[in-house]
Design a protein around this ligand. Structure first.
Ligand code: SAH
Ligand code: SF4
Length: 357
């Protein structure tokens, strides 16, 4: 049992079953998430935890910094030897204060097979446990410069499809948002999905408070299916119905992601089709010029064509943002993450994988 897999209520239940009150569960929670000390626990409880549980955190096996120093990518090794990537990005906030965002993974690999994505190209290895998702945030926090504010922005946009690992991802997000723990505000968490329709409906029905991004890339079934194999399972009509349901039920907008690939999905005509598809929906479009990956030879859309695309969308009342390219020199950009050790890596001193004792 890894204690990082437990939400606070579940931890309370575990300890309750052992005969300990909520007070003790609270102390343990603080030891996990608020620099509390496990030695403050009753010795017999501490002993039982040591015997029956772990507080297992991943070990960093590589740490790369982009040439501008603003993006860092970590290769983390999990307890079973599996590796995943986590990215830490530094931005300047509107008021000039530094802000860090962590891009975290929910699976090792991905089963969805989007042709232009390095994670998709490597295939699916396994789901991550809640504690393995949470641990990436703890790790990223530990890497911030001294005296900086704790991490407050999280994007579930690393390796994997979060709605394909729904339950573990939701437990992890509950842990991240817990007001007695890391207390990350829901508005600072964005989950990105390739369009797993039942998952989107469930997010709406369960009133999940974080932000939702849907990766579209094509506004006709044929064009979308050529890039996103999963689109064969849930055609655009079903996906858009789920999105409208979400917007109506949650009373909030959806972010739509569109990876711009030269000659594939970046013509003015395609911008009009997208505009018509989304017109009338509370939506914001994130345009992401393609980042290079080994397994796909497409090219990113040039700056002028991106601007044209954007202005056509504006004509349909659709706001859009061009996503800043980040960490391309260390393959830490959108869709470039894979558990590859083939890239030159700078090994850092391994951290302890256990914080007991
Ligand atoms: N599986 C989820 C979240 C991870 S991918 C999803 O697909 O939404 C995060 C974003 O990066 C997605 O919008 C994805 O389409 C985009 N992306 C993938 N490969 C890319 C590439 N090579 N260049 C630019 N964006 C890419
Ligand atoms: Fe998976 Fe997202 Fe990559 Fe598609 S873009 S293969 S869904 S991680």
């Amino acid at each position: 049992m890894n204690l990082y897999d437990f939400s606070r209520p579940a931890l309370g239940e575990l300890l309750g079953g052992w005969g300990y009150s909520r007070y003790h569960a609270g102390l343990l929670w603080e030891a996990l998430y608020r620099q509390g000390d496990v030695h403050a626990l009753r010795p017999e409880l501490y002993g039982r935890l040591q015997a029956e549980t772990t507080m297992s955190l991943p070990t960093a096996v590589a740490d790369l910094s982009s040439s501008d120093g603003q993006t860092r990518k970590f290769l983390l090794r999990l307890a079973d030897g599996q590796t995943i990537e986590t990215v830490l990005m530094h931005f300047e906030g509107r008021d000039g204060t530094p802000r860090a965002t962590a891009c975290i993974s929910t699976q090792a690999g991905c089963a969805m097979g989007c042709v232009f994505c390095a994670t998709g190209q490597m295939g699916f290895t396994r789901h991550l446990a809640p504690g393995e998702i949470v641990a990436q945030v703890l790790f990223a926090n530990s890497q911030l410069p001294p005296n900086s504010e704790p991490l407050r922005n999280i994007v579930l946009m690393g390796m994997g499809e979060p709605l394909h690992n729904y339950d573990h991802t939701m437990t992890a997000v509950d842990i991240l948002m817990d007001h007695k723990g890391l207390a990350i505000a829901p508005k600072h968490i964005t989950l990105s999905t390739v369009g797993v329709v039942p998952g989107i409906v469930r997010l709406a029905d369960e009133a999940r408070p974080f932000r939702l991004a849907v990766s579209l890339h094509g506004a006709t079934d044929a064009e979308r299916q050529a890039l996103v194999p999963l689109a064969r399972r849930w055609p655009l009509a079903e996906l858009m119905a789920a999105c409208r349901y979400y917007v109506q039920k949650r009373q909030r907008r959806i972010f739509f992601e569109w990876t711009l690939i030269e000659g594939k999905n970046d013509t003015p005509e395609q911008a009009h089709t997208l505009g018509q598809l989304l017109a009338g929906l509370e939506a914001h479009v994130n345009l992401i010029p393609l980042n290079p990956t080994v397994g796909y030879d497409g090219r990113p859309t040039g700056e002028t064509a991106v601007k044209t695309f954007q202005s056509i969308l504006a004509g349909y009342g659709l706001p859009s943002t061009i996503r800043q390219r980040r960490g391309i020199d260390i393959a830490a950009g959108c869709g470039q993450l894979r558990a590859a050790s083939s890239t030159a890596v700078i090994a850092t001193a391994p951290r302890s994988s256990s914080r007991h004792g």
